[in-house]
Design a protein around this ligand. Sequence first.
Ligand SMILES: *Cc1c(COP(=O)(O)O)cnc(C)c1O
Length: 369
Amino acid sequence: MRGKITHQKSIRRNILLNPGPGTTSQKVKEAMISEDICPREDEFGQLMHIICEGILEIGNAKETHEVGLFVASGTGAMEAALVSAIGEEDKILIITNGAYGLRMEAICKSYGLEYDTAFGFGDFPEPDKVKKVLEKGNFTHLAMIHHETSTGMMNPLEDISHVCAELNVKLIVDAMSSYGAYPLDLQQTSADYIFSSSNKCIQGMAGLSFVIFKKDRLAELKKNQRSFYFDLYSQWENLQKKNQLRFTPPVQVCYAFAEAIKETLQEGVNNRWKRYQANWQVLYDGMKALGFHFYLPDNYQSKILLAIDLNSKPDLDFDDFHDFLYKEQITIYPGVIPESNTFRVAVIGDLYPEDMRLVMEKVRSYFNA
Ligand SMILES: *Cc1c(COP(=O)(O)O)cnc(C)c1O
C-alpha cells in the first residue's frame, strides 16, 4: 500500500483484556506510519472505498446494504443510526438489559425521539416477550445490542430479527463488540441498521465507526436529516459521489483500519470466532479453577467477554490485582453492573490462546504470592 514507510522502532506488545480498543497486530500498528497525504486526493479516496467495501464484505452485505462511515468512537455510530433512522412519526422500543442499551435510551432522550424501554440489567430478552411488548405498543422500530459488553450476554439477534420481520418492525442493532468476530450473514439475518467501530472485533485503531443499512432504507434516511454531523444520508451520499467523508478523516487511522479489515477477511470471521472462543475458554476454566464465580449463567455467555464476580474473593483488592497485572503488560477492566461487584476480561483483539495461558499463569502467581 502506498503511503506506508518502513521504520525500525520495535513496539512493545501488551495484552489488552479491556473490551476495546484491543491489542492490534504489528502490521496494523505499522500501517499508521504513513506518508502525509491530503485526504481529498483521489488516491486517498480509493482507500476509503476499500474500507467501505471491506466493511460490507465482513457481513456478506455488499448486495443488500450500504454503509456510512463516521469520524467518531462507537457511540457516534450509535447516535447516527438512531437519529437518522427514527422519523417524526416513529416510535422505538429499546432493549435495555445492560449499560449499552441504556446508552441508546440516553441518546433517544437527548434528541426527544419517541421511545420506550423493555428489560432490566442482566435480563435475557426472550424473543416471545419482545414480541408481546412490540405488539402492544405501536412501535415502528426496535433497537437492541447484539453482544452486551457490560455483562457479556449474547442477545438472541437471529430470533429477534424474525420477530421484527413478522411484525414489520425495523431492526436497529448495535454490533459494536461482535461485528468481525461473530459469524453474521446480513443476507440471512435481516437487520435494517447495524453499527460497529474500527477498534473492537475488526482489530483496528480507535477513531472510526460505521452504520450499515439496507439499501431500501435510503428514502427514509433522506427524509430524517435531524443531526448535522451524524447525518447518515449525507455521509453516505458524499462517500458515493466523492469517496470522501464530509469532514476531515483521521488519515493514519484509516490506513490502519484498511489493514485490520484485510486481516479480518484473511483470517475469516468463522476462524476469528473460533479463536475468540478458545481464548475465552482458557480464561473461564482458569478463573473457575481459582474459585471465581461469574455474573452470567453459562448458557448466556457470549464467549467474547467474561464478567467475573469479585464477591467470590472477598479479600481481593481489585486495584492491587489490576496494578500487578498491568506491570506484567496485562490490562483487566472494572465492571459497570449496578449492585454487583464485578470486573471484566474481554478476548477482543490480536490475542491467542497462548496469551491467555500466560495471563492465567500471572493470575495464579498473584494468588500464590
Ligand atoms: C464499545 C461499545 C460501544 C461504543 O463505545 P465507545 O466508547 O463510544 O467506542 C457501544 N456499544 C457497545 C455494545 C460497545 O461494546
